[in-house]
Design a protein around this ligand. Structure first.
Ligand code: PLP
Length: 403
């Protein structure tokens, strides 16, 4: 663990109106019901630390400490948040395809980045009870970090949440419930309890610090690519925290003079069975309407409504990227091929980025030689795999040539 270092948070700011909010106080959404963004004294920060000094530190998430909101090292509850590797997948993706494999993080998904930060801040600000709606991985990360510091958690999951997620959440000490509804309907119950003062609402983007944790994906990419960002990024988009966070990181690093003005084209990938951002992108509007009857195998992106919709759409458009939808069959084929040809077991959401990438190649949106990062946001080991039930009777005659 690093020594206490000064942090450089100056204030928080409404992402819609720019209204300022005081730092070091408990905040949810802004007065107009939109996410709050953390702002830093970037000039002082740039004088206190250089990108080379950061590059010389151990390669974990906390090397970025000055660009993160936690004031006191003692607030941090860590499970070992490593820098995740870049894994080329030349055979299933092509020469430019590089997977950022987030499945190596604690609790097996990149939700650990957001939740390690949000829990540390909740702890710093004296929160003792947290509730959250989740499609699985966020609840698992919350349960794990909260368990380590004695914060009580109540977690509500849509009924179609993968069984492994519900069980890991329970195993890590949260009180977890399945609900007959989608994630936003679980969120409405959490909001009711928060309004009654029963708990703090940890819904996606309804507290300001998950974005700061997810931002480290953008910081890491810059360092891993030698301070020159890749050409394109394919991100499986539910609430969009990571996409919004990376876009924010790129902006902060440019202001610090750590990178130039070149940005990757950002591709927000959704499943055709739940594609509110794609619909809004194509309609040319700033906000996405709720997607009714959402259904996809990729539970992490089964999000009918995102409170940060306009931030996702803004980043995608400013970057010259697009929002793209892929069907479940293409998702499952992509998962199968990455495993079979490149030995990398993706989660379904990671499969969605590979499927969208291949579609984008076919449509000429991306050049095969461009350096393109595909996010695999959870370990494929958490998800059901196709059956494999070959069986041998060791007492019978075995035709070894047929094995
Ligand atoms: C949560 C999640 C996503 C979506 O991430 P957001 O940043 O909320 O859009 C994608 N894939 C997996 C595996 C997830 O758990």
């Amino acid at each position: 663990m690093h020594r206490d270092r000064p942090t450089f948070v100056s204030h928080l700011e409404c992402s819609m109106t720019g209204e300022r909010y005081e730092a070091d106080r408990l905040h949810g959404l802004s007065r107009v019901g939109r996410p709050l963004l953390v702002r830093y004294e970037l000039e002082a920060l740039g004088q206190a630390v250089s990108r080379d000094a950061i590059a010389a530190r151990p390669t974990d998430l906390w090397r970025w400490r000055e660009l993160l909101p936690v004031r006191r090292t003692a607030s941090i509850v860590s499970l070992g948040e490593i820098e995740t590797p870049l894994v080329p997948i030349p055979r299933s993706g092509g020469p430019g395809a590089i997977v950022k494999d987030e499945g190596r993080l604690p609790t097996g998904s990149f939700k650990a980045r957001g939740l390690v930060m949000a829990v540390a801040m909740a702890r710093e600000l004296g929160v003792t009870r947290i509730a959250m709606p989740t499609n699985g991985n966020a609840g698992a990360a919350l349960a794990a970090y909260a368990a380590r510091c004695g914060i009580e958690t109540v977690v509500l999951c849509p009924e179609e949440t993968p069984e492994v997620n519900v069980r890991e959440i329970a195993a890590q000490g949260a009180r977890v419930w399945r609900v007959n509804g989608q994630i936003d309907e679980c969120g409405a119950i959490v909001a009711r309890g928060a309004a009654e003062g029963r708990w703090f609402d940890f819904s996606t983007l309804k507290e300001p610090y998950r974005i700061e944790g997810k931002k480290t994906m953008g910081l890491e990419l810059a360092a891993q690519f030698g301070w020159e960002l890749p050409d394109a990024i394919f991100y499986p988009t539910g609430g969009g925290t990571g996409l919004i966070g990376m876009w924010k990181a790129f902006d902060e690093m440019e202001r610090l003079g750590w990178i130039g003005s070149k940005r990757p084209r950002m591709y927000a990938v959704q499943a055709s069975g739940c594609a509110p951002i794609v619909r809004a992108f194509e309609a040319g509007v700033d906000h996405a309407e709720r997607w009714e009857d959402a259904a996809t195998v990729a539970a992490g992106i089964r999000v009918p409504r995102a409170v940060g919709d306009f931030l996702i759409l803004r980043a995608v458009r400013e970057s010259g990227g697009r929002a793209l939808a892929v069907g479940d069959p293409a998702i499952l084929t992509a998962v199968d091929e990455a495993a079979r040809k490149d030995g990398l077991l993706l989660c379904p959401e990671g499969g969605a980025t590979l499927a969208a990438y291949r579609q984008a190649l076919a449509d000429g949106l991306v050049d095969p030689e461009e350096r393109t990062v595909l996010f695999n946001c959870a370990t494929g080991l958490k998800y059901p795999m196709p059956p494999a039930d070959n069986w041998l009777d060791r007492n019978a005659e075995i035709d070894l040539a047929s094995l």
